[in-house]
Structures are given as structure tokens and as C-alpha cells.
Design a binder for this molecule. Structure first.
Ligand code: ADP
Ligand code: MG
Length: 445
């Protein structure tokens, strides 16, 4: 339980046990400050108030607090001067801890809840993250968020960190990528006894652990084991854990079953690709933040054409603006956008071939090209084959007949595959991710 919750419940008890006058005069104005080393710290508005409360209600407060939480073994009341000293000391301790473990309580300041645009595609994930940032370790634990690349996961994780720093500066919060965790762990194994202890001290004493890109978790037994122990220890002591991934736990091939099921104990929330309106709002915000002057038409054009990745969309906005300012313009027009983007992405699609898509599908599903194009009817092959037909249909302007020929089938088979995958994408997250990933693969060199 967090201190606010303990105190709210304690107030209920106190209201029953002390006179109304005392309650209104003294108890109500107490404020919970901290719960540390089993001592519950409260603050009063004056030194006199502190003396009165201690002489009249010391026992009542003690009983109320200790009856509500096992974590509370004693309490202390601070008058305004003492409170100031106390808060300063906490800040000093937090700073000292930070120096010991670089990166602790450090987040990308650019990413906040305020500058995250909320739309239908991401509202649930947004509220889940906000809830966790405001009440860490209480309701949603662990929080697992997932969604395609460039859809705002890292942004939200840092927003949680920044919000925690502001509202709960006393908490030890760590944001790290899965790679960093693994790196730290491997280093600790190579080091001496104190290196091993350092690792444990760093990760197991946290109040909030935020892990990004967990899909890169190494297959290595020992890393998964360490992660498992860290997870359990934090979870069992009511510490908040937040994890981000590009796919749901069950689809991370390298993730052990026991970890996947741990991740499913809290809330798993996906983040979808934003609709046009949200994309436009994101571009407007970005332009405003960076001081880009860009005609509305350009923003609309970009929002319309970039329907796979926000990061890429922002990169292109930047490109257009730099192009315009380079040629001395004060505002970027549609003409500048066309010129700046003439070699961009859109043209990539023109170079794309069916062969390339077939290769990407084979690579993605780890199957042989002969099988994909062959006659096998088992699910492991049929599904990728249908997805492949679908991707070719949607990305290339090829006739159904010639797509069929690639697979030695007629056009009705292609139509069936296309329609089937269209429905599957709506219903099945795994298929949706696969299609998105494959489309993205075809665009990479
Ligand atoms: P991910 O971690 O999911 O790959 P990021 O969090 O790095 O994606 O987001 C990529 C870029 O898109 C960042 O600059 C981020 O600020 C921006 N972005 C994504 N979604 C939103 C949103 N809803 N509002 C504002 N910016 C967003
Ligand atoms: Mg990210």
C-alpha cells in the first residue's frame, strides 16, 4: 500500500476513535510525507499543533496506523521546519544513490504525458501508463504494453518516469532496455563478488523497474533466470514493473513460458497504429515543439501517406522543414515537400518486387521458398503462403492472375487468401503483427 492509501484508511479509524473536535482541529490537517524504514512520517502546519497532537493523540494515531499496515512500526510528526530538513535529506539521499548507479531516475525529458497525443488507437495504453505513474505498485502490476515499432512505447515509458520523478521523487525508478539489463548482468558475472552484489543492489532495490524492448531478451538460460528472480523479488514486495515489447509475451520466441505467464498477471495492453486525425495532431504538435513552420497541406499530406510508423513520419517532417530552410524559405510548402521527398519511401514501393516480398515472408517465418511456393498443405506453410499473397495484393499493383501464377494456383485461391487474411488481421493480433513486420521488412535494405 502506498502512504496515501494507508493514511486515508487510518483517518477512517481515527474518526471513530477521537472526538469530532479533535479530529477536525488536529487530525484532519496532518499530511502523509513518507514511509521509510517502517516509520510513517506525517507533517503538521505548526509546532504547536505537533505538540498538541503528540500529547493528546499519540496512542490513537499509533494504533490506527499499525492496525492498517504491517509495514508501519512507528510514526513521527514533523513540524514545518523539520519537514523542510527531512525533504532536503531525502533529495540528498536520492542524488547520492543516483551517482552510485548512473541512469537511475533519469529519463528522456522530451517525452511526457503532456506531449503525447491521445486517440482511439492508444487511449487505453495511455490511461494504463498514467495510472501506473500516479499510483505505482498498487493496481496495475505488471503493466505490459506492446505494439509495432515507432508507435510511442518508449515515449510512454519515459513519460511514466518523468511523471514519477515529479510526483514521487523519493522512489527509485529505473528505465532500461532489455539489452542494458542483459549487459549489466553479463558484466556482473565477469566481475568479482562486489560486482555481483552491485548488480543485485541496483535491480532488486528498485521501487519501479521499467524495461523497454523485452522482445530482445536473450535465449540464455542464466539471463532469463536472473530476470525471473528480479521480477519476482520486486513483484512480491509490491514494487511496480512496466514492460514494453513489439509483440505480446506469448509471441516472443525467446521468452520462457514461466516469464511469459508472469507478465500476464497484470495488464497487457496494446497500442495500435493511430488514425489519420491522430497522426495529423502528432505532426502539428511536433512542428510546434520544434518551431517548424510548415503549411497545413504538407502536414495533411504526410499524415495521409505515412501509415506505418510515427517515427518515420516525424523524420520526414524534419526533412521537409530542413529542405525548405536550406533554400531560404520561412515556411515549407507542398512544392518543397515534393522536392524534399522525391527520393523517399514512396518510390521504394515502386522498386518492390514480388520476389522480395516472398523472400521476406520466408525469412520471417523461417521456411523454405520451395515450400512457400509449393503444394504443402500443413498450417505452418499455408498460413505464410496466404499472408504472402495478401501482402503482394496490398503492396503491388499485380493482377490476381499473375499473383496466382507465382504460386502455381489460380486467381480464386488468391482472392480467398486475400479475404481470409483481411479478416484475420482484424481478429488475430499475431497475424496483424506478422503482416506489419513483413511490410516493414520489405522496406529495409
Ligand atoms: P516505439 O518505442 O514504440 O518504437 P517511440 O516511443 O520511440 O516508439 O516513438 C517514436 C516517435 O513517435 C517519438 O518521437 C514519439 O514522440 C512519437 N510519437 C509516437 N506516438 C505519439 C503520440 N501519440 N503523440 C506524440 N508523439 C508520438
Ligand atoms: Mg522504443
Amino acid at each position: 500500500m502506498i502512504k496515501e492509501e494507508i493514511w486515508t484508511q487510518a483517518l477512517d479509524v481515527l474518526q471513530k476513535n477521537v472526538s469530532t473536535i479533535s479530529y477536525d482541529l488536529w487530525i484532519k490537517s496532518l499530511e502523509p510525507i513518507d514511509l521509510k524504514n517502517n516509520i510513517f512520517y506525517l507533517s503538521t502546519t505548526s509546532e504547536t499543533a505537533k505538540q498538541r497532537i503528540m500529547s493528546l493523540h499519540k496512542g490513537d494515531i499509533y494504533v490506527a496506523l499499525t492496525s492498517i499496515s504491517d509495514e508501519v512500526k512507528d510514526f513521527a510528526i514533523l513540524d514545518p521546519d523539520e519537514r523542510e530538513v527531512y525533504v532536503k535529506n531525502v533529495e540528498v539521499t536520492v542524488k547520492a544513490e543516483n551517482q552510485k548507479f548512473p541512469g537511475m531516475n533519469t529519463f528522456n525529458k522530451k517525452y511526457t504525458f503532456d506531449n503525447f497525443i491521445v486517440g482511439n488507437s492508444n487511449k487505453y495504453v495511455y490511461f494504463a501508463c498514467k495510472g501506473v505513474a500516479e499510483n505505482p505498485g498498487t493496481r496495475i502490476n505488471p503493466l505490459f504494453i506492446y505494439g509495432g515499432s515507432g508507435l510511442g512505447k518508449t515515449h510512454l515509458l519515459n513519460a511514466i518516469g518523468n511523471c514519477l520523478n515529479e510526483q514521487h521523487p523519493e522512489l527509485k525508478t529505473l528505465y532500461c532496455t532489455c539489452e542494458k539489463f542483459t549487459g549489466d548482468y553479463v558484466k556482473s558475472l565477469q566481475g568479482n563478488y562486489s560486482a555481483k552484489n552491485n548488480f543485485k543492489e541496483k535491480y532488486r532495490n528498485l521501487d519501479v523497474l521499467i524495461i523497454d524492448d523485452i522482445q530482445f531478451i536473450s535465449k540464455a538460460e542464466s539471463t532469463q533466470e536472473e530476470f525471473f528472480f528480479t521480477f519476482n523479488e520486486l513483484y512480491e514486495s509490491g514494487k511496480q514493473i512496466i514492460i514494453a515489447s513489439d509483440r505480446p509475451p506469448k509471441e516472443i520466441a525467446t521468452l520462457q513460458e514461466r516469464l511469459a505467464s508472469r507478465f500476464s498477471m497484470g495488464l497487457i495492453q496494446d497500442i495500435q497504429f493511430p488514425d489519420y486525425e491522430t497522426r495529423l495532431a502528432i505532426l502539428m504538435k511536433k512542428a510546434q515543439e520544434e518551431g517548424f513552420v510548415v503549411e497545413d497541406k504538407v502536414l495533411e499530406y504526410l499524415a495521409e501517406h505515412f501509415d506505418t510508423n510515427i517515427r518515420e513520419m516525424e523524420g520526414v517532417l524534419m526533412k521537409v522543414w530542413y529542405y525548405a530552410s536550406l533554400i531560404g524559405k520561412k515556411s515549407a510548402s507542398m512544392e518543397d515537400a515534393r522536392e524534399a521527398l522525391k527520393d523517399h519511401d514512396f518510390s521504394n514501393k515502386q522498386n518492390l518486387t514480388a520476389d522480395r516480398i516472398i523472400d521476406c515472408v520466408c525469412k520471417y517465418f523461417n521456411i523454405k521458398k520451395d515450400d512457400l511456393l509449393g503444394k504443402k498443405k500443413n498450417k505452418e506453410i499455408v498460413e505464410p503462403r496466404q499472408i504472402c499473397m495478401y501482402v503482394i495484393c496490398t503492396m503491388l499493383e499485380m493482377s490476381l492472375l499473375s499473383i496466382g501464377q507465382l504460386f502455381g494456383r489460380d486467381h480464386t485461391t488468391v482472392i480467398h487468401a486475400r479475404d481470409k487474411v483481411t479478416t484475420l488481421i482484424e481478429e488475430n493480433q499475431r497475424i496483424k503483427i506478422a503482416v506489419n513486420d513483413i511490410k516493414a521488412m520489405t522496406q529495409k535494405n
